[in-house]
Design a protein around this ligand. Structure first.
Ligand SMILES: Nc1nc2c(ncn2[C@@H]2O[C@H](COP(=O)(O)OP(=O)(O)OP(=O)(O)O)[C@@H](O)[C@H]2O)c(=O)[nH]1
Ligand SMILES: [Mg+2]
Length: 492
């Protein structure tokens, strides 16, 4: 399929992105044209330009005319009348939808594409209805009625798809909470399309045996494919990465792009929810591009994040293998207000990935510190090993019939450990008077002074806490790779 690509501009005639999009949709770009002018109400371009484009389509034997602007329904109709019959007129948004439609593999991705298509169609159907109504006269009722029912039909399909996407979002939210409660920090890769997110995901997660989890997680078995084209990744891929002390799940997802109408961004909201609900966002930028292009893409990325993201953002300048040090320094300085203190890496060559890991660890929300005294028993030993799995043990001292366990962990893990320790006490304390209750925390046990100690669990406290999950629930919760039942864990 061959395409002629055209763009109307008022400031800058950059065709690289629209050409990239056309290629990503599978077109061979045969010719390009630009025109500097204000928008023409009837033709979008000037009428003469549209005739020229029509001639070009004939000469190049084009199947589509791609226009890098938002073309109104009437403008599209007029351009369509001018170009040779059979040549389709495609604007920036329909082109993006075409790419998404071709690549959508999961149910969620398909629903999102369908939703975006319907939302694109809705105002057009509404316009037709109102036109039909205006023209309505006796004996000519059919058209108006037909269009009105189409409008209703679109609206009810939109609401059906929204409901289904909401359900999927709930399931994902439950899974995210479960992972958090199991001690994982959730890190999301965000950034403009083609910045190198998927390449970085593979770098960060290379220590993980993904196959081990592939059949348990719908989103672990996807491969995070990298390709030099726009929108290679559409779904969501999550992998485990070990940054040292913390266990991190890194999620890679769809890239951002500029000039998208809000309804299109909204349609993909649930794909971006892994970004909006992360503990930390890595905002990846292609540092091999001219600084002004980087600035625009950073601005687009921040705009997309701003609305919903609350997590700290670390900017990652990627592809540094293609920039010399002096240029990189200049870019860092020029962009310091949009990207303070960026980490510079090459995902392709692996340069500075260690530094990125360390930075992730630094920027993640602090862990709480705790010390527990447990009676020695099989259950206590399983709690000790669970704490090893889900936190960072700083002290493990055995004395007679008890064990003292000092550790750092995410607050939800500390809460669970306290509750489980308190339950050990319920089964019949084995400790002496000092450690009565078995599960009592040792005094002065929080050197970090994180203020999270006020409700320190004792056996009695726990009995009065309706929120404490039973031990069997905890076992399920400690299984991070189990998507689990759809119900939401009660705590947090
Ligand atoms: N030279 C160089 N190329 C890189 C680097 N990182 C990624 N690339 C290349 O950049 C292109 C895009 O990389 P991806 O990892 O697919 O980028 P992405 O951000 O996941 O892109 P989408 O999924 O399309 O949004 C691929 O051709 C990669 O090989 C890097 O550090 N240096
Ligand atoms: Mg990708």
């Amino acid at each position: 399929m061959r395409a002629v690509v055209a763009k109307r501009y008022e400031h800058e005639a950059d065709l690289s992105e629209i050409v990239g999009l056309a290629e990503a949709a599978g077109y061979e770009v045969a010719a390009t044209r630009t025109q500097k002018r204000t928008e023409d109400a009837a033709y979008h371009f000037g009428e003469g330009k549209v005739s020229e484009l029509a001639g070009l389509c004939v000469r190049e034997d084009a199947d589509v005319l791609v226009v890098d602007n938002e073309v109104g329904p009437y403008q599209k109709f007029n351009i369509g009348k001018t170009v040779p019959e059979g040549v389709q007129v495609v604007d920036r948004f329909t082109l993006i939808l075409e790419i998404f439609g071709q690549r959508a593999q999961t149910r969620k991705a398909q629903l999102q594409v369908e939703l975006a298509e319907l939302r694109y169609e809705l105002p057009r159907a509404e316009a037709k209805t109102s036109l039909a109504k205006r023209d309505e006269r006796p004996g000519f009722m059919g058209l108006g009625e037909y269009d009105e029912s189409r409008e209703q039909d679109i609206k009810s399909q939109i609401s059906r798809i929204r409901d289904e996407l909401d359900q999927i979002a709930d399931t994902e939210e439950t899974r995210r909470e479960r992972r958090r409660e199991s001690g994982f920090d959730l890190v999301a890769l965000a950034g403009y399309t083609n910045a190198g997110k998927s390449t970085l995901l593979r770098r960060l997660a290379d220590a993980l045996d993904v196959d081990e989890n592939a059949d348990r997680h719908p989103d672990l078995d996807d491969t995070a494919v990298s390709e030099n084209q726009l929108f290679t990744t559409l779904g969501t891929t999550t992998r485990r990465a070990d940054t040292g002390k913390r266990e991190v799940l890194v999620t890679d997802t769809v890239g951002f792009i500029s000039d998208l109408p809000h309804w299109l961004v909204d349609s993909f909201h649930s794909t971006l929810s892994s970004v909006y609900h992360a503990d930390l966002v890595l905002l990846v930028v292609d540092a091999s591009e001219p600084v002004e292009r980087m600035r625009e893409k950073l601005a687009t990325s921040h705009d997309t994040l701003r609305e919903r993201n609350e997590a700290p953002i670390v900017t990652v300048f990627n592809k540094t293998d293609r920039v010399d040090d002096a240029a990189l320094r200049r870019k860092r300085d020029a962009l310091s207000s949009l990207a303070p203190n960026p980490v510079t890496v090459s995902g392709l060559e692996g340069t500075n990935v260690g530094r990125l890991r360390a930075r992730i660890e630094d920027e993640l929300p602090d862990w709480a510190t705790e010390r527990l005294v447990l009676p020695v028993s099989d259950d206590a030993m399983s709690l000790v090993s669970w704490v090893h799995d889900n936190g960072h043990v700083t002290q493990e001292t055995y004395g007679g019939d008890h064990v003292e366990l000092g550790f750092e962990a995410p607050p939800p893990v500390v809460d669970q450990a306290r509750a489980r320790a308190a339950e050990l006490g319920d089964g019949g304390p084995t400790g002496d008077g000092d450690h009565a209750g078995g599960g009592n925390s040792a005094g002065n046990s929080n050197p970090a002074g994180d203020g999270d100690n006020a409700g320190r669990a004792t056996a009695d406290d726990t009995a009065g806490q309706p929120d404490t999950p039973s031990r069997s629930e905890q076992v399920t919760e400690s299984e991070p790779d189990d998507p689990g039942p759809p119900s939401r864990p009660r705590r947090r």
